[in-house]
Ligand binder design. Sequence first.
Ligand code: F6R
Length: 610
Amino acid sequence: MCGIIGYIGREQAAPVMLDGLKRLEYRGYDSSGMAVVGDDGINLCKAEGKIKKLVEKTNGGKNLVGVCGIGHTRWATHGAPSDVNSHPHLSCDGRFAIVHNGIIENHAELRAKLTEQGYTFKSETDSEVVAHLLQKLYDGDMKKALVELMKELKGSYAIGIVFSGTPDRLYAVRKDNPLVIGLGTGENYIASDVAAALAKTHEFVLLGDCEIAEATADGVKYYNANGHQIKKKPYTVDWDIARAEKGGYPHFMLKEIYDQPKALTDTVRPRVVGTEIDLDGITFSRAYLDSLSGIDIVGCGSAYHAGIVGKHFIEKHCRIRVNCTLASEYIYSNPITDEKRLTIIISQSGETADTLAALRLAKKLGSRTMAIVNVVHSAIAREADDVLYTHAGPEIAVATTKGYTTQVAALYLVGLKLACIRGTIEKERYEALLSGLSELHNKAAEQLKDHYVNNIKTYAEAFSKQHCVFFIGRGADYAASLEGALKLKEISYVHAEAYAAGELKHGTISLIEEGTLTLALVTQKELFAKTESNVRAVSSRNGTVLAVASRENSKIKSCVDGLVFIPECDDDLSPVLTAIVLQIFAYYIALQRGCDIDQPRNLAKSVTVE
Ligand code: F6R
């Protein structure tokens, strides 16, 4: 949600920052801007729209001369997308420029005070107060001004700053919003996420809450909230830059769909040691698990949907009651939790504000917390008692694909491990599921062969003009249908609803009329007869049904208009394979409808505001 990049070095800053901004565009893409410190002070350029507008306006960055700068790509919260509301914002005297991610909660109060004192505001943003405050607080000592700045600001922020008085220095402060320092040779970076600087360095330092970074071309100094110098340890990000690039695919989403066999392998394989599961050393005793009154799984969007798949799996095999709750609801629901509950927090980015708030609340109330996270060193990963990383690699498309399927795979590992410790699963069943899980990547690879993809593509093209699509299924299929509906609506803007198949007749079936498309997920053998009768209820009202089924349920053919088989797999593991079909389906519908697949309207990756 909004992206920050800053550069100090010996090259021209603007072209380097444009490259970084392009890599960050998935975080927000309604406007962008850069400020560079030149010989004549700070030069600024902002542009409403995609980064390519900024590229055009600055002639590929050539028009902004200087080796020290900050850039930003915006996802509007306060003030509509426009040139004036986009970042960087300048102080009235033009000597300070700032970029900001997050929300300044006391911006109205600060704005009123500053206006009274003669400062004039140009934008409607909450961020502009930061530039004026800096002008007010600066008395020749930048570090002191930044310490004072943090005392004034309430809310969450990652802020990058340049000052015309120190053209060889780049500054950053942060609280509750991610910001990393990229360490280069003869150059250094600030960035809201590692993807922005990965082409230049793999060495990063995570700026802590209320810490200050002061970067020159040759080094970075860090200070705590009191202005005392502190030492910070760099970490290495071993993500290959190629994994953050399109690699010849027309969209990141398609590339990430095709990344799934590798992502599933990387998530599952290192944890399977013979017939044992090693959750990276995370241990649960039998006594602890038996003492639990239940497990809470918390996440947002697709992460929540992964949690619902996990709930089915864990309840079935571990016989522990699992509640799955949306993070934004959890935090305000006065949750009943304590040391007798285990809270599993799911997040691809590890920075989602609602999910982070839920984690903090669960911890405060005494629950043990375990995070399933993709981004290494993200806030959720750092703050949870235990973390199990998914190894999906960088996910750039706003709509998650490999992020989701690896979360589901990680939950299967957790479920099997807990079931094994509690002794609630037969040895043969455990081994069959473990072997099925270890084989999932091969099944995913089968689905990505041309003939398989083309079959789904043909259906997507045939149905691309639908205004409304229902997704139905029972049990694990219902859990999978939630993700299928979200995928379709977010990238193709087709209204899509997921329903437990048996629930349709309790109201929603009134919406089925001739031609209404229903995607029926029919992978659960035990539930076949019931799901089939729900499917017949739709087709007998002249609805059109496309089924996604297991071979064992091929009898569904007699009552549907189209059919896609998933590769043979254990019914309990089918949601991963169903998800891949539904991702491909959504992708080609969106493509057919001419949508901006990687950057759908109104959305942003990594939602760092509540
Ligand atoms: C949908 C999607 C979102 C995210 C949600 C949580 O395709 O990507 O629904 O799943 O915003 O994000 P993370 O997992 O980063 O916490």
